[in-house]
Design a protein around this ligand. Sequence first.
Ligand code: ADP
Length: 457
Amino acid sequence: MIKVYNPADGSLVGEAPEMTFSEVSAAIDRTCAAFPAWSRTLAKERGAKLRRWFELVSADRQAFAELMVKENGKCLSDAMGEVAYGLGFVEWYAEEAKRVYGDTIPTHAANAAVLVTKEPIGPTASITPWNFPFMMITRKVATALAAGCTMIIKPSEETPLTAYKLLDYAREAGIPEGVFEMVTGDPKSIGEAFTSDPRIQKISFTGSTAVGKLLARNCAETLKKMTMELGGNAPFIVFDDADIDTALAGLVSAKLRNSGQVCISPNRIYVQNSIYDAFAEKLKVAVERIRVDQGFQDEFVVGPLINQSAINKVDALVADAVSHGATVLSGGALARPDSLFYKPTILTNVPDTAQVCQTEIFGPVFPLYRFDTEEEVVDRANNTEYGLVAYAYTPDLGRSFRISRNIKSGMVILNSGSVGTESVPFGGVKQSGYGREGSYYGIQEYVSVKYTLMAGL
Ligand code: ADP
């Protein structure tokens, strides 16, 4: 069995099955066998089943949130927010199932007609990370099932309990075996089973760029379609014409959500020279007001990181930045000894040569960089292999359009720290991946376009 421990205190939260190769194979077989009937099920019926799932899970949202606090460490308000966010996808795609429209195109031949139809791509598989144990499952499954695909998911071994609870409710909602399957066990061998199976038509992966590349290599043999949501290195740019307090509030909430363990977390904070010192001081006051504690609290708190290797990574990045000349303005250490709680940390005057500038931090660290001009900051913001999201604060409309156009990322967020909701296309460019999740665009990833010429009419 896979044991799941609470990162806040090391206590055992529960267990998930460690499946054998033959159990995983049997689940893949069921996923493939269920496809023909599910793809022929009326869209309205598929939508109704998703809607039922949405209602059943909605009625138990507190229990889901509490389970996430225990297995992931995020605070209760973050967890409740994730449940609402994750349920949004189920509700949205329950509706979208009926709206996978095709086209007719004016014919190019006499006595003929041209039809364009969208067909579910086939049985699909997915691998998800631990930082959003609920939303990552609902976002992928609801989209696939709405399109008429079946899906098998391997959730992260750090947070499988929320995933299995979602599966239980799906069964209760009438989503049958095979249509939605779940496996847990050795990630590498499950990954190989998914990628090597010629019947699986698509893999949707969210996780590190390194594992994403490995999966893409393994999918090459069977040429599977892929959606990749990989790492990020989000710039967060504050221009001197911005309202500092609004920018500060957006930054703190975007950064400390889930203790900074989010792929869209602001990773490089560029503040224009003339407001840099004042911004840093205000940020220090704001950050030091926030408590670091286990997640069962009425207010927002910064919870533990997921495991010891996350702590080691953050510690090493802070030490490296300091060795390159950065100053620790706040934090820079564990919040209490021998724990996974790390103090929110502000680093000032960070040089672009520090590792933290090119590495996804995944912890509560705010590295502040100075900049002078718009042109300079756009160049520096783009100087990364990643391209998931970029944030900027400015009231200047012309500058807003230039930022939107010139930043190379899948998402640009102006004057807000909030990115995700079910109605927008979430995803990246460059080594942050490809494909989109959410919105109209998300469901297009699960259909193939078929052109039919009907000649001789
Ligand atoms: P993170 O650093 O967020 O944990 P990972 O990419 O390591 O990112 O993990 C994301 C998901 O990928 C998890 O479900 C994990 O179990 C899975 N995973 C890790 N290594 C492999 C692998 N070699 N093959 C398939 N899946 C993997």
